[in-house]
Write a protein that binds this ligand. Structure first.
Ligand code: GA4
Length: 352
């Protein structure tokens, strides 16, 4: 069946539309979870993972109220004073962060909260994050539960579409009580680029990039180019744009926000589980507006001691052997945190 692309976008955008050399608008796949034909649905999910690595999920059944409550809690936290927010510093890498990303000098135009999804961790850290810790942890736990349900549903469809025998081969990893899944709330404060663009002489600006000279306002990096290390990312955001992703050919395209729906992204671990049939999607966030963007990501990950190796059905010898040396999620995380944000971390685990 042909790929069901996002019809909520401008009709012109359903075809690839060239804006500038660097930026393209195109419709990403749209997966309707209320679809009754399960085998067609699983085919669509596999196709979306293979061709884009990012897609929109509609009719996901997570109540709007759950998403809005999480967004409100985030907004309340980020509205605090800087010194109040600094009190939410938790064991590295968790808690409140401002501009610094990871441990190796990456910076972004954002502030964030990074939380482990373990309910005990949430209830303990809530005390240093909110003046109403129970309200905060309630909203966070409900959001995590909803996002996790969507992640499991997508992973079960992936497994089904790939013809993997163990029906819950992937969802069981993020359902495990030891799962290392994390939640991240990113807050991108507004920037002044739009104003700057209308009055600025770009040819005189030594900092202007070729794209900004072409009239592209998107020249402040909110969060630099990277892929997510985990299995699957479930993202929602407010109505402020900024997310971009690349095609397999390295062409950047914009992903317009769509608040009631979720966006799903393929992570590095899923690339390995599928022996490279899927590739993790490289994405970034640009700040280009006068409004603050807020996004909320659930990163589904296995337990630390779980081996990340291709699913048995994804390898066959001698035609299609594993393309990766085996490693545990814990080992991979160590590698992830020893490298820069944009590095291709899977390279060191590839069989050459
Ligand atoms: C990207 C995806 C998640 O946000 C994250 C990020 C993590 C962090 O901010 O602490 C990393 C980044 C992310 C990948 C490379 C390393 C680790 C920052 C960084 C430079 C929480 C994750 O798991 O990996």
């Amino acid at each position: 069946p042909s790929l069901n692309t996002d019809t909520s976008m401008n009709s012109k955008a359903t075809r690839t539309k060239r804006k500038t050399k660097e930026e393209t608008t195109m419709a990403i796949p749209r997966i309707d979870l209320s679809m009754e034909n399960r085998s067609e649905l699983s085919e669509q999910v596999v196709k979306a993972c293979e061709e884009f690595g990012i897609f929109k999920v509609v009719n996901h059944k997570v109540p709007r109220e759950v998403i809005l409550r999480m967004e409100e809690e985030g907004a309340e936290f980020f509205a605090k004073t800087s010194s109040e927010k600094q009190q939410a510093s938790l064991p590295n890498p968790f808690g409140y962060g401002c501009n610094n990303i990871g441990n190796n000098g990456d910076v972004g135009d954002l502030e964030y909260l990074l939380l482990h999804t373990n309910p005990l961790f949430i209830s303990q850290s809530s005390k240093s994050i909110s003046n109403h810790p129970n309200k905060f942890s309630g909203a966070v736990n409900d959001y995590i539960e909803g996002a996790k349900r969507v992640a499991c549903e997508i992973l079960d469809l992936v497994v089904e579409g790939l013809g993997v025998q163990d029906k819950f081969a992937l969802s069981k990893l993020i359902k495990d009580v030891q799962s290392d899944s994390v939640l991240r709330i990113n807050h991108y404060p507004p920037n002044m680029n739009k104003i700057k663009q209308s009055t600025w002489d770009w040819d005189m600006d030594p900092c202007a990039t070729s794209s900004s000279k072409l009239g592209n306002t998107n020249n402040a990096i909110g969060f630099g180019e990277h892929s997510d290390p985990q299995i699957l990312t479930i993202m929602s955001s407010n109505d402020v744009a900024g997310l971009q992703a690349t095609t397999h050919h390295g062409i950047w395209f914009t992903v317009p926000p769509d608040p009631p729906h979720f966006f799903v992204m393929v992570g590095d671990a899923l690339q390995v589980f599928t022996n490279g049939r899927f590739t993790s999607v490289r994405h970034r966030v640009l700040t280009n507006t006068l409004k603050a963007r807020m996004s909320m990501m659930y990163f589904g990950a296995p337990p630390l001691n779980w081996w990340i190796t291709p699913l048995p059905e994804m390898v066959s010898s001698p035609q299609n052997p594993s393309r990766y040396k085996p490693f545990t999620w814990g080992q991979y995380k160590k590698a992830v945190y020893s490298l820069r944000l944009g590095d291709s971390r899977l390279d060191q685990f590839k069989v050459h």
